[in-house]
Design a protein around this ligand. Structure first.
Ligand SMILES: [Zn+2]
Length: 299
């Protein structure tokens, strides 16, 4: 069976996997991204992950999911607001091809690869069309239809749901706009809200967990659930998809906000029925499995 390498590049970690045509992970490798050190260091670390996975293996291709507006044809990062230093303007495919000239390399946006993974073997399997919303360090989005595949947009800026505006003149976003969705429903946003209210730092996971007994945590999580619901109302009215799959690290804490969010959605939406709202099946592995699928599809 053919094997490829799938890489999920995030602001915090680089996850790599050796993956077969069934989507099974045969081997793993991981590094901290050290995103603040800039492109040279991050590229070196991606190279280390690939080299580790390649030992004793025949590889047909490498797929990589990166945050930012990604030109999936050229493999170039057109823009990334924050997260990884010096990432904007980098031709990832070209840089990696210098180190691995014999292997075809494919680059895609990180939320798009997560959606491709969910469509391949996860929560969106069998859906004719769906929208993916990933709530991680930032907020990503993807639009998929069986007929057309991933919607990239004219400038590879399609489905950037995290940078649609939730509150005009609201919190400043790394992209330069004010009031972006990402500033309200990402893991970082939850931590920031808590900090603004208490001047104390607390991990997102803890904030969700403490929301049952602590009033401030409860308020932060309640606002978060409301804001996710508002986004879903917009998604419903813009796309009317068969389903919305919600993924990203925040899903790990879904027991503390999922039902609340659904209740707000039903309350706010003019016609809430007829759109499935589903948690992603793959969490940390979605990026690498989806990136591998991109490689299999394009080899
Ligand atoms: Zn933004």
């Amino acid at each position: 069976m053919k094997k490829v390498i799938g890489i999920d590049l995030g602001g915090t970690s680089i996850y790599g996997g050796l993956i077969n045509e069934n989507g099974e992970i045969l081997k793993r490798s991981e590094r901290d991204t050290e995103a603040q050190k800039g492109r040279k260091e991050v590229l070196k670390r991606i190279g280390e992950v690939i080299n580790e996975l390649m030992v004793g293996e025949t590889i047909e291709g490498i797929g990589l999911g990166s945050p930012g507006f990604i030109d999936a044809e050229q493999g170039k990062v057109l823009f990334l607001g924050g997260n990884i230093a010096e990432w904007t303007g980098l031709n990832l495919k070209e840089e990696l091809s210098k180190e691995f000239p014999e292997i075809p390399i494919f680059v895609e946006n990180d939320a798009n690869v997560a959606a491709i993974c969910e469509e391949w073997t996860g929560g969106a399997k069998g859906l004719n069309n769906f929208v993916m919303l990933t709530l991680g360090t930032g907020v990503g989005g993807a639009i998929y239809t069986k007929k057309e595949g991933i919607w990239h947009g004219t400038n590879y800026q399609g489905a950037e749901l995290g940078h649609s505006i939730l509150y005009p003149n609201g919190k400043l976003c790394g992209c330069g706009q004010k009031g972006c969705v990402e500033q309200y429903i990402s893991g970082n946003a939850v931590e920031k809200s808590y900090f603004e209210m208490t001047k104390e730092k607390k991990r997102g996971k803890e904030i969700f967990k403490n929301s049952l007994e602590n009033d401030i945590c409860k308020e932060v999580v309640d606002n978060f659930a409301k804001d996710v619901a508002i986004c879903l109302v917009s998604i419903r009215n813009i796309f009317d998809p068969q389903g919305v799959v919600i993924g990203g690290g925040v899903i790990n804490s879904k027991e503390y906000w999922w039902d609340k969010m659904l209740a707000y959605y039903k309350d706010y939406c003019n016609n809430p029925d007829g759109m499935d709202i589903l948690p992603a099946v793959y969490l940390n592995d979605a990026g690498m499995i989806g990136a591998a699928k991109v490689a299999f599809d394009r080899i």
